[in-house]
Design a protein around this ligand. Structure first.
Ligand code: GLV
Ligand code: MN
Ligand code: MN
Ligand code: MN
Length: 399
């Protein structure tokens, strides 16, 4: 079956009528429905599906085993995200298995498709949650205490998904199963459009992290409180949005984004008592990323003091820059006939796994150059080119 037809089969699942696009989040009803759909599609192909301790799905072609060739991606999205970020890598893996079967290929090495949960951190705030748990990049006790905007903890969400919260955490047995990991993904920028190529290989991922800034002031009446009497945490929060742009502009190649702000209690006629603001910052390396965040944190402290407010800055997740395994990259470039290699500013489970084993990524051209938004796109022909490239790569690695 083609990757496009498989994507079409889930195109109605998890549409967000308010934001547009899709809202599919880790272990919510929508993601669980998508996981059930994947399990059925895998079973239809005779792949044996397992769920590991941290909620990652594994669909095995043949017997499960160590040192396997593993491919896959995720089925969750950002709030109001596109149809391709995540699902394209999953459907391309299924389509690649179909292509390999049509070619009469049988793997000479265990081969599996994985679906990692909550890659975007759209529900619990930590990006790549499944792969961070698997690799021990996040403390399981701290992870279980993470909560979603409704106050549901990760522990409760895991129980809802039928998983045992007591068993989450670093899973060396699962890691040992992955000999090499290849993730196919829609490109999230303009690289492949500009190069006129449908498919490319990832070279690197920026260092990136997320920080929560909590500004605390004094909740009060919007009409009755004189300006001079206010301690309004929205003011330093607003200043930090501007400071983030200025700080990133001062460090070449860096990016800083404020995409989420929650005033508490959140009434039009109420001066908030607290404002929570999340900062996403990325740069070429650790030092530059830290410099941008230090600059913004200093601005936050100064702005808070001017308004008589307090501020705390908490790192919620972080990952250093990733340079994908050069030997594997050159090997796959040879298999694919010298496709372009390009960096990306987006994070991926493949980037988390890269600290433990050889990983690679294939990108599929995105004609809009837009991602994490409903306009994210890939033409059917490019999706098929991606699936065919993935099939070639899997055949090579599992020969
Ligand atoms: C994940 O897609 C990220 O880059 O934030
Ligand atoms: Mn994403
Ligand atoms: Mn993704
Ligand atoms: Mn009143």
């Amino acid at each position: 079956m083609s990757a496009a037809a498989l994507l079409g089969a889930i195109s109605g699942v998890g549409k967000d009528p308010v934001r547009g696009g899709y809202s599919r989040h880790g272990f919510d009803r929508v993601e669980l429905d998508l996981r059930a759909w994947f399990t059925e599609e895998a079973a239809r192909r005779g792949l044996g599906v397992e769920t590991d301790r941290n909620g990652t799905l594994w669909a095995w072609w043949g017997e499960p085993g160590d040192d396997a060739v593993v491919t896959g991606s995720h089925l969750d999205s950002v709030p109001g995200g596109g149809a391709f970020d995540g699902p394209l890598g999953v459907v391309a893996a299924l389509a690649a298995v179909d292509l390999l079967r049509e070619r009469g290929f049988t793997p000479g090495r265990p081969l599996a498709i994985t679906v990692f949960p909550e890659e975007e951190g759209g529900r619990f705030g930590v990006a790549c949650l499944g792969s961070r748990l698997m690799t021990g990049a996040i403390d399981p006790a701290a992870a279980l205490r993470l909560s979603d905007p409704d106050g549901t903890t990760l522990a409760e969400a895991l129980a809802f998904a039928g998983l045992d919260a007591a068993r989450v955490g670093r899973d060396d047995a699962a890691l040992a199963r992955i000999g090499v990991f290849v993730e196919l993904h829609v490109e999230q920028g303009r690289g492949l459009i500009d190069l006129g190529a449908p498919v490319g290989l990832a070279r690197s991922i920026l260092a990136h992290g997320r920080w929560r800034l909590r500004f605390t002031g004094e909740g009060n009446h919007a009409g009755a409180t004189l300006l001079a009497d206010r301690r309004d945490p929205m003011l330093p929060a607003a200043g930090v949005v501007l400071a983030a742009r200025r700080a990133a502009a001062a460090v070449s190649g860096s990016r800083a984004t404020v995409g989420r702000i929650i005033p508490i209690p959140g009434g039009t006629n109420v001066i908030p008592s607290t404002v929570d603001l999340w900062l996403d910052a990325r740069a070429d390396d650790d030092a530059r990323t830290r410099a941008v965040v230090a600059d913004i944190s200093a601005a936050a402290a100064e702005l808070a003091e001017t308004e008589g407010c307090a501020v705390t800055v908490t790192e919620e997740s972080y990952g250093d820059a990733v340079h994908f395994d050069p030997t594997l990259r050159e090997d796959l470039a040879g298999v694919l006939g010298g496709v372009p290699q390009l960096p990306t500013g987006a994070g991926h489970d493949a980037g988390i796994l890269a600290a433990h084993l050889p990983t690679a990524m294939l990108f599929v051209r995105n004609p809009t150059g837009i991602s994490h938004a409903p306009q994210e796109h890939a033409e059917d022909a490019d999706c098929e080119a991606g699936a065919a490239a993935l099939a070639d790569v899997l055949a090579h690695l599992a020969r």
